[in-house]
Write a protein that binds this ligand. Sequence first.
Ligand code: ADP
Ligand code: ASP
Ligand code: MG
Length: 407
Amino acid sequence: MLIVQKYGGTSVGSVERIRAVAEKAAACKDQGNQVIVVVSAMSGVTNNLTAMAYELQKQPSPREMDMLLSTGEQTTIALLSMALQAIGCPARSYTGGQVRILTDNAHTKARIREIDSDKIRHDLDQGKVVVVAGFQGVDEEGNITTLGRGGSDTTAVALAGALKADECQIYTDVDGVYTTDPRVVENARRLDKITFEEMLEMASLGAKVLQIRSVEFAGKYNVPLRVLSSFEDGPGTLIVSEEDLMMEMPLISGIAFTRDEAKLSVVGIPDVPGMAFKVFGPISDANIEVDVIVQNIGADLTNDITFTVQKKDAEAATRILEKTATEMGARGVKVDDKVAKVSLVGVGMRSHAGIASRMFEALSKEAINIQLITTSEIKISVVIEEKYLETAVRALHNAFGLETAPA
Ligand code: ADP
Ligand code: ASP
Ligand code: MG
């Protein structure tokens, strides 16, 4: 079998850990498999490099940022190859550019366009373990690019797709995908399986265990994907298509949350056509992504429009809104970055009523005020005050009985 294994930052966080990873990869090869290993930077390295960049410049150039951050993964591939060779396992390391993971030129958030698998195949056929740097690629002009935080997951899945691997194994510091972040809810439960669609929602709503794009890619190209611990043995969590889950479908699979959003409101907007466009046009022109949107008509027949953006964009969005508000004769702009978004995810919602009211009941029992609500086919999200985040997640986890597996 051809297996792609990916090890995250904590899993390769020290020389000792790199040795342990080498043992795991070599054992997989000794079982008769061909093995490609994708690694992240050692834990903390990407953050440290980023901090140094921001000490030098307020807005470092994205190209230089990629040049800098890619060094984290380059360190790990070399060390891991050495660790493999030291235990008698032939290995060879490659940067993203060397195996030609070709991306577009959107520095710091590049997308993979194409992977040249010839070199990797050649090495695999010679019995080598191929070690590839995660998170990085190269554009048409030869500039180093990176794929966004958590991007090593996507490198692994893309390689697995390109080489038609039998399984892509994401090794991390938890032993699978849980009903919610096990660091927040102690009795969170590991899921044996979760559908691509639910995993995609969980990832985009804040569960960082897998990068969104890696799940998107795995779903699209049907890459068998499993999340496991690099610290202990176990079956992990298999990400499957909905047909494979069939009868086992739970109502709610998990709870995701994020502190990364800020809430902005334009209040007292004249109630005439075209105002929403006036509000969001300039925001979208500035390339700011908008999440939850709510519009309400007040007693005085003016509108309030409230929405969320990523915290990093809040300042820029506020400046734009203040200008818009003046132009359109609105009463003003309000900003709140002490908010959090909590989301319930489950494909079972499609066929069951009453989930939202159960969610609101659980939050009301904790006296948590809901500021915004948004729903889609398989998720319900609420925006609440940030300080209640953990209480809310625990209350919802209990209310939906997520700690016990459905019978
Ligand atoms: P790596 O460095 O291996 O890529 P990450 O830190 O990116 O690891 O992702 C693993 C972390 O994701 C876990 O330590 C856990 O705290 C967090 N996490 C958030 N939501 C979940 C979830 N639903 N299931 C498992 N882990 C989760
Ligand atoms: N090193 C990068 C990060 O910390 C990529 C990754 O770990 O997946 O985001
Ligand atoms: Mg990660």
